[in-house]
Design a binder for this molecule. Sequence first.
Ligand code: SF4
Length: 357
Amino acid sequence: MPDHSTFLKNRHGRFRDSDLLRELFEMTVARCIAERLVGGHGFAVDASLIRADVHRQRSVPGEQGLPPEAVGRAVAEYLDVLDDAAFGAATPVTPKRINLTDPASRWTAATREAAFYAYSTNYLIDLDHAVIVDVEATTSVRQAEVTAQRRMIERTQARFGIWPERLVADAAYGSAPNLAWLVEDMSIEPHIPVFDKSARTDGSFERADFIYDHEDDSYICPGGKRLRRSNRNFSTPRAGVDADGSIRYRARLQDCQSCNLRQRCTPNMPARKVTRSIHEGARDMARDIATTDAYLVSRRQRKKVEMLFAHLKRILKLDRLRLRGPNGARDEFHLAAAAQNLRKLAKIIPMAQPAPA
Ligand code: SF4
C-alpha cells in the first residue's frame, strides 16, 4: 500500500503541475465534438456559487487584511492569485470578511440567503445537447465571472476552433463593455438582457423617454428640445467621454428654465443631462434582439445551464468543496464538469451491448 501522504503529494505536485484534470476535461469535450454532440451555433454561460470548505468564524474583517501569522498552502495560493483578474484583481472593493483557512474564498450573500464563503464555478455550454465546452473557477464577484466568460470563449476557439454565433446569458453579463466585446470584437450576437441602471423610480422621465438622433449625435427630449454633448463652441473640441466610458448630453439652461415639463424632467437640477455609453451601439443591438422570437427561445434554453448546476449540487453533491484554495476549487470543478460530460455521452450514445457468450 502506498503511504497516505503519497496521494496528497501527487495531487498537489505532479497532477497539478501537469494540468492533468484540465486535459481530462478537454478529452471529454473533444469526444463530444467527435460524436457530433456540439453544434457550435449557440452557447450559454452562467456561474454558480459553491460553498468553500471553511468555518465561517475563522475570519477577520476585510479592511484588517490577512494577518502575518496566517500561513499554509491555501494562503500561498491566495497570494499567488492576488493579481489575477478572475480572483484578487477582479474588483477594487475590499471583501467584508477574509477567511483565515481559505482566504481566496469570497464572503458573499449573492443568493439572498445568509452570507457564506464561496467560489464560483463558471460553465460555457453548447445549447444543442448542453455539453460543457469549458469550465473555470473564479472568485464569487460579477466582474470575475465576466472575465471567465471571455477566457472560456477565447479558449474554446483556440482549443477546438469553434465559437458561437450567439451567446445566451443573464443580465450579469449585460454590461456595456462586455456587450461591445461580444459584438465588435467577437461578432457574437448577445442574447443577453442589457444591464441598465437608467430606470427611475420617482416618476421623472427616464433615458428611454429621450430619442437619440444618430445623424445629429444628439438626444431629443419629451419637450422637443435638443440635448447635445456641448452647448458651447470650444476652440479645441473636447472628447467629452468620462472615465467610465459614458458621454453626457446636456439640455440648454434656457430651454429647461422655460419648460412646463421641468418638474417631471429635472426637478432638482437647473438643466437635464442624459448619459450614453460609448458602447451604446452594442447595447442597442442587444435590445433589438430582445424583441425577437429567437430571444424567447434563448431564454428557455438558458435553463439548460441552470439544470447542469442543479445536477452538480443535488446529484453529484458538489454543493460544498472538499479541497481548499483556488487550485482545489479548479480541480473539483474540472472533475465535476468532466463527469457531467461523460454522463451525457453515456446517456445519448450508449455503449454497444457485449455479444452473448
Ligand atoms: S426640462 Fe429641459 S430636457 Fe426636460 S423636457 Fe423640458 S426642455 Fe426638455
